[in-house]
Design a protein around this ligand. Sequence first.
Ligand SMILES: [Mn+2]
Length: 313
Amino acid sequence: MKQIIKKIKTAKTIAVFCHSKPDPDALGSLFSLTIGLKSIGKNVVAVLEENVKKKYEFISGEYQTTFPENCDLYISVDVAAPHMLGKFEEKFMALENTIEIDHHFNRTSSAKLSYVEGKTSSCSEIVYRLLKKLHVKIDARLATIVYTGLAGDTGCFLHENTTAESHVIASELINYGAKIFQVNRKLFKSNTKDKLKLINLALTKFDYYKDTLLVTISYEDFKSIGYNPEDGVDLIDFVSSIEGVNLTALLTERKPNNCSISFRSSEKYDVSKLAERFGGGGHAGASGCKDILANVGDVKSRLVKEIKSFIKE
Ligand SMILES: [Mn+2]
């Protein structure tokens, strides 16, 4: 971390990037770092591929959607592989003055200097410690942004990546005035009418194989309820909460003949191995794969076969 602090201290103009289709941790890391560095006199710009989604606007600071040229330093946060930089990949990769700050365990570097903590629950947590080392004053707004990232990646402190340290930091953030009630309500307690329609549909698409559950939603299914799968399909936590089920797979056809699968498991199975069979990856308890270019029926038959052989192993 010392090297990174040195680079930040000597840079006057800094650009910060996060991964495309940003989640709360990506946005939390991005905006806490940019707002924090601005407060100590740096000329900083946050860079995003697209505008921040409405539901995350509450933690958004200023940002731009074009690549800023001629900065002294370029930093990526929560980016585990070059392709995750999206449309900025090529330009970012071509630069020499790049740093990455990340917490993913399995990753491919995309910067010249890396600071990675594979065991830390969220990237926002790392950024928070970095800001403290840079003597940034943490106010209520900054604390709320960091907390959002922390709560997001730990699933409100429910996932296995939650550590004593994440609780200690959460406690500090609360003391700084983080609005945890509002954040948790926004992240975990708010459902749209569309989501309800989707849950209703998913409930009719269950198949069980021993202690595993498969939920399949085809493109036609999405269309039948007027749901645009491009808006995101965050159903996996809902369908993977069933007692007696040790492995859950959610198969969705987001575009015609383009499928994604999300896996969740209890300690019994390492679903990263299963995801690898479909060209994906992830963690033992949570993994996934996307862009499986085949008809949903074909993918489902293959998936059923793979699940059956996987649970026998
Ligand atoms: Mn993250």
